[in-house]
Design a protein around this ligand. Structure first.
Ligand SMILES: *Cc1c(COP(=O)(O)O)cnc(C)c1O
Length: 396
């Protein structure tokens, strides 16, 4: 067994240094708590970046994975597999959309969505210069297509040239979106709630406006629900609370609750007018183990009434965070929806608050340059909110 020090040393020796990691090595989890290699306990308000919605050590979830491992882990997409059929049905029914393609990550779901949009437009006019409108301060992933629609110059610059035909508009500014529309626009892509950019929920009027623009111009509306989806904002998918439906939705993060899996989901119009055999593929995507996870996640969401629980607990979290904003100058504002909350930190680096919180046994993360992000497991209770607040009070 390694202790934290040894683990850090070995990691830095062999793993490519693309992350400045916090100096703890997490070893195991139980409920909403994680334990590091030295046995220290942490209340987890990060959930592996909005992934582990069900909490750690959920027995039914773990058992479903163990059972599937004993059946078969991988078979490829050349054959049918049972968990794939179940997982797809549950995702389609939960979204009210039509067809799903499973991927291994969020960024791959975005790649698929971009291909769908280009193919849809190409079938109409056979042009090869279609454009996509994306948002400033957005985040859609690190592969080149997803990076191309990520509105962050710092992430993009060293990797240019990116894919062409991307135009940027301002989130929550419909006029700026309108200004970017041309006769070549094939899609508008946005997060329903911007995550990495600093926790900005879409204004209802903005989202409805984008939907209307897309309808008027036969442009596909792609909603990235990778972070805000799967119950986090108090509905299964964040857009369901806005009364708009996208043409394409991307999912990942909490979709498998820890097993690497993503998906892009299409409405009927898009499914019937885009990808066909030969257009897209993946060796792993939709494999039996990943789909057994997805399938069980949907079952447990229903059995444990997870979405209802989020709706019940979120106002309590918001109230407690608002009280911090009242009380401390360093907590300047709160933004967010459901269990996706951001606290704007003023007067000190957000990293300092995060490090202090970690010393006191609380895991939180940042978003943007000055936002403390809280994306806890969706099963937190009031006592965990109270515990989190009392630790944060020591850090502000
Ligand atoms: C995390 C994230 C992605 C990328 O997902 P990966 O699984 O890291 O590739 C894309 N979009 C949003 C909104 C995300 O939060």
């Amino acid at each position: 067994m390694m202790n934290t020090e040894q683990c850090m040393e070995k990691t830095e020796q062999y793993v490519l240094h693309t992350y400045n990691r916090y100096k703890i090595a997490l070893e195991k989890g139980k409920g909403v708590y994680l334990y590091d290699a030295d046995g220290k306990k942490y209340l987890d308000f990060a959930a592996g970046i909005a992934v582990f919605a069900l909490g750690y050590g959920n027995e039914a979830y773990n058992q479903a994975l163990k059972d599937q491992i004993d059946q078969v882990i991988h078979t490829s997409n050349l054959y049918y597999n049972l968990p794939l059929a179940d997982a797809a049905e549950k995702l389609v029914k939960a979204s009210g959309m039509d067809k799903v393609f499973f991927t291994n990550s969020g960024t791959e779901a975005i790649e698929g969505a971009i291909k769908v949009a280009r193919k849809y437009a190409w079938l109409k006019d056979k042009r090869t210069d279609h454009e996509i409108i994306a948002m400033n301060q957005s985040f859609h992933g690190r592969s080149l297509g997803a990076l191309s629609v990520t509105g962050n110059a710092h992430y993009q610059e060293p990797f240019k040239p990116l894919i062409g035909g991307i135009r940027f508009a301002d989130f929550n500014d419909l006029e700026s979106v309108k200004a970017q529309i041309t006769d070549r626009t094939c899609a508008i892509i946005l997060e329903t709630v911007q995550g990495e950019g600093g926790i900005y929920p879409a204004d209802p009027e903005f989202l409805k406006g984008v939907r209307k623009l897309c309808d008027e111009h036969d442009i596909l509306m792609i909603l990235d629900e990778i972070q805000c989806g799967m119950g986090r904002t108090g509905s299964m998918f964040a857009w369901q609370d806005y009364g708009v439906m996208p043409d394409v939705m991307t999912c990942a993060k909490a979709l498998g609750c820890g097993i690497p899996v993503g998906a892009f989901v299409l409405n009927r119009k898009t499914a019937e007018n885009s990808l066909v055999p030969g257009d897209h593929g993946t060796t792993y995507g939709g494999n039996p183990l990943a789909c057994a996870a997805v399938s069980k996640v949907f079952d447990l969401f229903e059995e444990q009434k997870i979405v209802e629980h989020v709706r019940e607990i979120a106002p309590y979290l918001e109230e407690k965070l608002d009280a911090l904003v009242e009380k401390y100058d360093s907590a300047a504002a709160r933004r967010g929806k459901g269990l996706m909350q951001g606290l704007v930190i003023k007067g000190k680096p957000v990293g300092e608050v995060i490090s202090k919180a970690m010393e006191h046994g609380l895991l939180v993360i940042s978003a943007g340059s000055d936002v403390l992000r809280m994306v806890p497991p969706l099963v937190i209770e009031r006592e965990h909110v109270d515990e989190m607040i009392s630790i944060l009070e020591k850090c502000l």
